[in-house]
Design a binder for this molecule. Sequence first.
Ligand SMILES: *Cc1c(COP(=O)(O)O)cnc(C)c1O
Length: 227
Amino acid sequence: MKDKLEQIRERIQAATEACGRDPATVRLVAVSKTQPVSRIAEAIAAGATDLGENYIQEAKEKIESLAGHSVCWHFIGHLQSNKAKIAVSLFDWIHTVDSVKLAAEIDKHAAKLGKVQKILIQVNTGQERSKSGVAPEDMAGLVTEISRFAHVTVQGLMAIPPFYADPEAVRPHFKKLRMLRDAIEKQQIPNVVMEELSMGMSGDFDAAIAEGATMVRIGTAIFGARQ
Ligand SMILES: *Cc1c(COP(=O)(O)O)cnc(C)c1O
């Protein structure tokens, strides 16, 4: 595990250097879905500081068992509004907000906990019917509506592009997300910080970094294949 994490850090360093970025601007989110608590503890011991989970019930058990470790938890799965309460209580970041309704639920529960929840807006860059995420053309309107919630802070955008075996084929999607981010950043919407770009997974994170990723979500390259 330590070797795998080290190799990924080296790849992040090489990818940032290749495009003149500071490696410290890329956060490595180790995606631990389906991995047992023992493997996650191993990753934390090997230096993982940020962990990503997709399923609320599974995450709850793991996060509670690992409560003694000071790590940052990222929710990267599809979130139903009726699970917003528990997501807010467990996660530092929620990457997958794609509707006002969901943001309103998050805001309501964050207010009760006296928390300002960091969120990203998930964009469906490939316009795939099977995928969650707001359509690119509706993103700015959604961000504007969400910006009025006091207990939610929009920090950037996230995408899960269509699958291609060749990372170069995914690159236009990464670029599109960056351009959407840059465009909305210019609008200077109050209460909206457009700093983060959550994009890139095990097979394509180098290309994502070249296009500006600030969070890469990496599972199999760290933990091996999922069961
Ligand atoms: C599972 C998952 C990942 C990690 O994928 P790998 O190919 O295993 O690195 C990243 N992002 C999301 C949203 C995921 O569901």
